[in-house]
Ligand binder design. Structure first.
Ligand SMILES: Nc1ncnc2c1ncn2[C@@H]1O[C@H](COP(=O)(O)OP(=O)(O)OP(=O)(O)O)[C@@H](O)[C@H]1O
Ligand SMILES: [Mg+2]
Length: 599
């Protein structure tokens, strides 16, 4: 996108509020008229009061001056207030669009982006756009008008002197073109470095326990220093360009001024120039400096806005989650079929899933087991369309899941994952997340009890209304997991996906909620990745994943009889029940074994 296109798009956000813009612009016009008027007033004032001693002029001059100042103030207020008004509305709108875009961005977008960069776009870059569109527009209109008004007056006073003065404009324009590139690249650098700073800071804050235990302070400090220093350097580059551009232009103007003074003393011109004319001309010229300076700074402002606009529109124009489906799965039975599904993450060189085909009948429980990294979680992620298969198809109730509306599809399933995500809200709102309006407190209590969460909730100072901190830091791992199970219980839907849902629970707690889980599984199509053999053994079917393929399939007895991977892993685990290990999904068992051989 070119700078002009970006700027036009930025302005399109402001144009919508044209009523306020009209107010602001009329303020600018008023303001812009007062400067030339002031210069123009000088001529009769000086010629009248000092030269001709006209009593009329002497009486009215102060009143005219005060009137002009009041007009200028009013114009200044109108333009500043209403431009800001429009600017803030535009900022709000851009932020809302960005947030909405993020809400609907595919999972793969987040895999590739740094959250620090995204957040700084949302906070910092948007402000740059606001400056560019409001301050920029103000300067563009107000200072251009002032400039034109002043030049017009100068022409009227003496066109020869004015033309001589205008000789310098090509130099100024050339200089502005020259410095534009520096401005834009420095602005881009500043914005990226602000993103880096928040990225590093965010990671450090989130990982502070790991940082402390592993002594990563120096390392994090260094990483931060790099981002911080880059920000300083980019900022200085920008400041250098800005700071040098004003004096340079002032210098040129100063030379021009000197030339004019000289010119004014040349005989042929001097004859037509009265004291009032000369002073008025000089004042107009001095007054030109401010709008001229603003207009040169405008360039830096615009370049900053354009750089920010480019990064923001890049986000706004990125693809959303594909959601072309129109069908709704009504009274969904939860029959799931995978047909020769292949999948690969963007940027990966080989397929993570290969030739995956299987069927889960309504109400059945299918367990996925296999080594860490064999693709179990990936497979499960295809069901809510976090990612789409490269090849092959997934059917729900006999219809390709891409034909359903995304929202409808996701409504059919509930999920308890490897890492529990909680919001900085009350326990009740976390359990009822996404359906707060439809759920009664009694029902929340009921599911909390079923998930054996009331045991600890009752001990909390405010029970269900206790705030649990960012991502539930105030809870233990097992407590968090029980909340996630309660959340899944509450969303009463035909498909249940459990990705190591009970991995953080001790045996006792797990046994406690076993019946809750069994009730959860009952009558629901369930896909489960489980550590513990108890769940796996009871499954209707077990799929053993190996290197992205389904290596073995069958129920527990059949697989044991096959004497393949499953039987081997099962025996391994029996020998070492302490490694509550999964069928090697959790490498702890294997690691312990290795340690033993080492010692
Ligand atoms: N977002 C991602 N982008 C690229 N590659 C990924 C991504 N997520 C996982 N992978 C890769 O895909 C493979 C399968 O990962 P997956 O999470 O499905 O394994 P898993 O069987 O669930 O393992 P575990 O039992 O440890 O949870 C791994 O090799 C992993 O490196
Ligand atoms: Mg996994």
């Amino acid at each position: 996108m070119t700078g002009l296109q970006v700027y036009r798009r930025i302005l399109s956000y402001a144009i919508k509020y044209w009523g306020y813009l009209v107010l602001a612009v009329s303020g600018m016009v008023l303001y812009a008229l007062t400067d030339p008027a002031f210069a123009a007033l000088m001529k009769p004032l000086l010629d009248g009061s000092f030269v001709e001693r006209d009593p009329q002029v002497i009486a009215w001059a102060p009143i005219w001056l005060i009137g002009l100042v009041i007009l200028k103030g009013t114009g200044g207020f109108l333009s500043a207030y209403y431009m800001a008004y429009v600017g803030r509305l535009a900022v709000k709108q851009v932020r809302r669009e960005m947030f909405d875009q993020l809400l609907h961005s595919p999972v793969s977008y987040f895999d590739r982006s740094s959250s620090g960069q995204l957040i700084s776009k949302l906070t910092y870059n948007v402000e740059q756009i606001a400056d560019a569109s409001t301050q920029g527009l103000t300067t563009l209109i107000r200072d251009t008008l002032t400039l034109i008004g002043l030049l017009g007056w100068m022409f009227y006073l003496n066109w020869i002197m004015t033309l001589a003065f205008l000789l310098i404009t090509p130099i100024i324009i050339g200089f502005v073109f020259y410095i534009t590139k520096t401005f834009r690249s420095a602005s881009k650098g500043i914005q990226e470095s602000v993103g880096d700073i928040s990225h590093v800071a965010e990671e450090m804050i989130e990982a502070q326990r790991v940082v402390k235990i592993f002594g990563g302070e120096a390392n994090e400090g260094r990483r931060f220093e790099v981002a911080n220093e880059r920000n300083r350097r980019m900022m200085m580059r920008w400041v250098a360009a800005k700071a040098s551009s004003s004096p340079f232009i002032q210098l040129i103007l100063g030379i021009a001024l000197a030339g004019i003074v000289y010119l004014a003393t040349v005989e042929s011109i001097v004859e037509q120039v009265t004291v009032g004319t000369f002073v008025s001309f000089m004042i107009a010229m001095v007054m030109l400096l401010t709008p001229a300076r603003n207009l040169t700074n405008l360039n830096s402002l615009l370049q900053r806005g354009i750089a920010a606009g480019q990064s923001i529109f890049e986000l706004l124009d990125s693809v959303r989650e594909p959601d072309q489906g129109t069908r709704a799965c009504e009274s969904c039975t939860g029959k799931i079929e995978f047909h020769d599904v292949h999948f690969r993450y963007t940027g990966n060189r080989s397929d993570v899933l290969k030739e995956i085909s299987f069927l889960v009948r309504p109400g059945e429980t299918v367990a996925l087991v296999g080594r860490s990294g064999s693709g179990k979680s990936t497979l499960i992620n295809l069901l809510p369309r976090f990612y789409d298969p490269l090849k092959g198809g997934i059917l729900l109730d006999g219809v390709d899941i891409r034909e359903y509306g995304l929202k409808n599809l996701r409504q059919q399933m509930t999920y308890v994952g490897q890492d529990v995500v909680l919001f900085n809200d009350t326990i009740a709102n976390n359990i009822a997340y996404g359906q707060q309006e439809k759920v009664t407190p009694e029902r929340i209590l009921e599911v909390a009890r079923a998930a054996h969460a009331t045991e600890f909730i009752d001990r909390l100072p405010e029970g269900l209304n206790t705030l649990i901190g960012e991502n539930g830091v105030l809870l233990s791992g097992g407590q968090r997991q029980r909340l996630a199970i309660a959340r899944a219980l509450l969303k009463d839907v035909p498909i249940l996906v459990l990705d190591e849902a009970t991995s953080s629970l001790d045996t006792e707690a797990e046994r406690g909620i076993q019946d809750a889980l069994e009730r959860l599984v009952e009558n629901r199509t369930t896909l489960v990745i489980a550590h513990r053999l108890s769940t796996v053994e009871a499954a209707d079917r077990i799929l053993v994943m190996d290197g992205g393929r389904i290596a073995e399939r069958g129920n527990h007895a059949e697989l044991m009889a096959q004497e393949g991977i499953y039987a081997m892993l099962y025996r391994l685990q029996l020998r070492d029940p302490e490694a509550s290990g999964p069928v090697d999904a959790n490498p702890v068992g294997a690691i312990k074994q290795n340690l033993r051989t080492l010692v």
